[in-house]
Design a protein around this ligand. Structure first.
Ligand code: ADP
Length: 218
């Protein structure tokens, strides 16, 4: 479904976000006080406006209240990030996501009403750290602090074995939800389905269970 986003701050994070939202078919109003950054994104965003979002009147003029989701992508200027978030909250925007530089910044943003905080550098570093620590981990989604959905390259020791033979759920407590074989994805794997080298396994489970499985098949 098409959604309407307002993205405030078009630095590296904000501008990348605008690209992705537009690619996904959404309407995006991109705003920055820097004229050049606004020009750079004008061919991509649905609308691009140069404005200072710490000014309540400006936000009203932009029609900010009509958006269902606002993203405050200002990181370095704490005062601007906090004030813009506060003003958006006062306009009763249903969902506000804000980028924070550090934990303290994030806590302040939550206190004043941001619904969701992202810490791009911290989160990206954690993701990269996890990927680099494992030979087989391709990607993961953190479902909770203790549970992940991971994509793993099928370890060579699984080659030619069926799910029944591997018995992953009983042995490790995690579940192989899907098996990718090139462009084909089997989303309801059966006991007799076989795993081969080159397959990618989509596994859901607790962090410790997934780690045990990875270590056993290293
Ligand atoms: P990144 O690390 O993603 O590059 P920055 O914090 O460096 O993020 O970039 C934030 C952007 O937010 C900058 O382009 C800056 O011009 C913009 N910005 C800062 N204050 C305001 C404001 N009051 N109104 C609109 N845009 C702002």
């Amino acid at each position: 479904m098409k959604k309407q986003f307002i993205v405030i701050g078009l630095g590296r994070f904000g501008s990348s976000l605008v690209h992705t939202l537009v690619q996904n078919g959404h309407e995006v109003l991109a705003v920055d006080k820097n004229e050049q950054l606004v020009q750079d994104i004008s061919g991509v965003a649905t609308h691009a406006v140069q404005a200072d979002c710490t000014d309540e009147g400006v936000l009203k003029e932009l029609g900010a209240r009509n958006f269902t989701h606002a993203i405050v992508a200002i990181g370095d200027d704490l005062q601007a990030s906090i004030l813009a978030t506060l003003l958006l909250k006062e306009l009763h925007i249903p969902k506000i996501t804000a980028k924070a530089k550090n934990e303290m910044h994030g806590q302040v943003l939550i206190k004043i009403g941001a619904d969701h905080i992202v810490y791009p550098e911290r989160d990206m570093a954690a993701r990269l750290g996890n990927q680099l620590s494992s030979d087989n981990l391709i990607d993961y989604i953190e479902l909770s602090p203790d549970h992940n959905l991971v994509e793993l390259k099928a370890p060579p020791a699984m080659n030619g074995k069926s799910l029944q033979q591997l018995n992953i759920r009983a042995k490790y407590g995690c579940t192989i939800m899907a098996i990718k074989k090139g462009i084909h994805i089997n989303i309801s794997p059966k006991a007799e389905d076989e795993i081969n080298t080159g397959d990618i396994l989509v596994i859901i489970g607790s962090n410790t269970d997934i780690r045990d499985l990875e270590e056993d098949y290293e």
